[in-house]
Design a protein around this ligand. Structure first.
Ligand code: CAA
Length: 257
């Protein structure tokens, strides 16, 4: 398997996926997304896995969002397709038959937060920061953030975070039900391993069936996913997002008029 922007290590029946774009704060560009798709497809054949841990390289970030620099000339169709592809890949993670845990030590913003939310559990380090700052760019989340965030933390708080772009700490993420635990910095993966090893002692078929049943509850809500893809396509082609993306690249505040 040829991976372009991630690495896979398997040890003691746990798969460790590391996002490897430290200089871009592990922004989820096309290469990372293609790797994740390939990884979660190919790991389905590894029958003896008891869990997967996703983390980001470097000190600062789990993943600081989709790669904004790839958005510059996106039109409505490309935006829709990008969003639909993100949904498909993150659904593969959510539907994976063994527990997938996001070990978040730094920024999990935008698509980075959406990636963490597609995992079955989130372990936050004490320096973790979560948020959906897409409105700052004249955008909305495109990888199911409008769907998973309200599901996880409830409508009122989700709407507040989606519209204010406020960034929250690991501790707040636990209080809101977004993350499972907040742990001392550097302990994120150890805590994830502890949970996976506990689950690894249970019947693997019962674990897979339990995950499938929990996911089935949410399948009813799939209509909203299609709406998000359509609106993300419209937003990425809009003058607002052209200004928002240009402002990010030029390191200035966006002027939405
Ligand atoms: N895309 C592309 N590049 C990114 C990036 C992103 N999402 N986030 C950070 N980078 C790059 C920066 O451009 C910078 O690159 P250069 O050194 O070449 O200038 C490098 O990573 C380091 O970042 P900063 O200098 O900005 O680091 P900082 O510590 O000052 O700030 C930050 C950190 C607050 C996370 C800031 O980088 C930031 O706001 N990033 C963008 C967050 C964001 O808006 N995410 C949502 C993206 S849109 C999305 O995800 C849509 C979707 O749902 C599908």
């Amino acid at each position: 398997m040829e991976l372009k922007a991630t690495t896979l290590t398997i040890k003691n029946r746990i798969a460790y996926i590391l996002i490897n774009r430290e200089k871009a704060l592990n922004a989820l560009n096309v290469d990372v997304m293609d790797d994740l798709s390939l990884l979660f497809e190919s790991m389905l054949n590894k029958q003896d896995l008891i869990g997967v841990i996703i983390s980001g390289s470097g000190e600062k970030a789990f993943a600081a969002g989709a790669d904004i620099k790839e958005f510059v000339s996106h039109d409505q169709k490309i935006g829709y397709d990008l969003s639909a592809k993100g949904h498909r890949i993150f659904n593969k993670i959510e539907n994976f038959p063994t527990p997938v845990i996001a070990a978040v030590h730094g920024y999990a913003l935008g698509a980075g937060c959406e990636l963490a939310m597609s995992c079955h559990m989130i372990i936050a380090g004490e320096k973790a920061k979560f948020g959906q700052p897409e409105v700052n760019l004249g955008l909305l989340p495109g990888y199911a953030g409008t769907q998973r965030l309200p599901r996880l933390i409830g409508r009122a708080k989700a709407i507040e975070l989606l519209l204010t772009a406020d960034i929250i700490s690991g501790e707040e993420a636990v209080q809101l039900g977004l993350a499972n635990y907040v742990v001392p910095a550097g302990q994120e993966i150890t805590k994830a391993e502890e949970i996976i090893n506990k689950i690894g002692q249970k019947g693997p078929e019962a674990v897979a069936k339990t995950l499938q049943a929990v996911n089935a509850y949410y399948d009813k809500a799939q209509g909203g996913a299609e709406v998000e893809m359509k609106l993300f396509g419209e937003a990425i082609a809009s003058n607002e997002s052209k200004e928002g993306v240009a402002a990010f690249i030029e390191k200035r505040k966006a002027n939405f008029g």
